[in-house]
Design a protein around this ligand. Structure first.
Ligand SMILES: [Zn+2]
Length: 245
């Protein structure tokens, strides 16, 4: 992408140069593009395990009050009886992604075909509910967990199904410890990375995460981050661990 932009810029530069546009105008443009490339810090707040009733409602309220958006990786079976809440997630301008239909490890990781079927079933119920066809997914328990390790064959299958994988690079650990105090969840969700993909949870048990969210948003705002949501054009994020020989 950067390379393409550079090429376009170079072409525009020479095109305009040949028409003798004042040098200053060109330089101004060049400097501005440099600034964007180097200074923009981006945070993607992501929530797994929703929709989760009052917890998700509270998070939506906080996001709205702060004028920012997040990405919700949803569980299909929970959408069945919370369709209005899922519509609200989308209507508020947030992104939605796939987090399987059952979230049951033995269903999901029994075979690659089961995993893909669960993601497509989740995609269908989101589409039927909201009209949005989302292609982004997050593996329940992460793509390298104690029962499953992502490999190249599976990545090809996922890509051939038109799907993209997003892990995280900052873990609030609220999935493992939902009862942890909000201040601690918020602390662990903070990072200094230029691009932070923050894992939080929005399930029924994640009341403390809802409480932590305003603190997390404030931290990233105070530190000059731009809030973005994941989509199919975002650079994927996953890791394939090489097998030991
Ligand atoms: Zn999950």
């Amino acid at each position: 992408m950067k390379k393409t932009l550079f090429i376009i810029f170079t072409c525009v530069f020479f095109m305009f140069s040949s028409f003798s546009v004042p040098t200053q105008a060109i330089e101004g443009k060049k400097d501005a593009s440099k600034e964007v490339a180097h200074d923009q810090k981006v945070v993607y707040i992501t929530f797994d395990d929703g929709p989760g009733g009052k917890v998700t409602e509270s998070m939506l309220k906080t996001l709205k009050e702060n004028g920012v958006h997040a990405t919700f990786f949803l569980i299909g079976s929970q959408i069945e009886y919370q369709k209005d809440l899922v519509k609200k997630i989308v209507d508020d301008g947030n992104a939605v992604g796939l987090h399987s239909y059952t979230h049951l490890r033995k269903n999901l990781y029994g075979s690659n075909a089961n995993f893909l079927k669960e993601m497509v079933d989740c995609q269908n119920i989101i589409y039927d509910t909201t009209g949005v066809k989302t292609n982004i997914l997050r593996f329940p328990f992460g793509c390298n967990n104690s029962f499953y390790k992502l490999n190249n064959d599976m990545i090809d299958k996922i890509h051939n199904s038109g799907l993209k994988v997003f892990e995280w690079n900052v873990d609030s650990t609220d999935g493992m410890y939902p009862s942890m105090p909000a201040s601690k969840i918020a602390k662990r969700a903070q990072s200094k990375k230029d691009t932070a993909v923050v894992l939080m949870h929005s399930g029924f048990v994640n009341k403390n995460s809802a409480e932590a969210l305003p603190i997390v948003i404030k931290y990233y705002k105070d530190n000059g981050y731009t809030f973005k949501t994941l989509n199919e054009d975002t650079q994927e994020l996953y890791r394939i661990i090489k097998k030991k020989r």
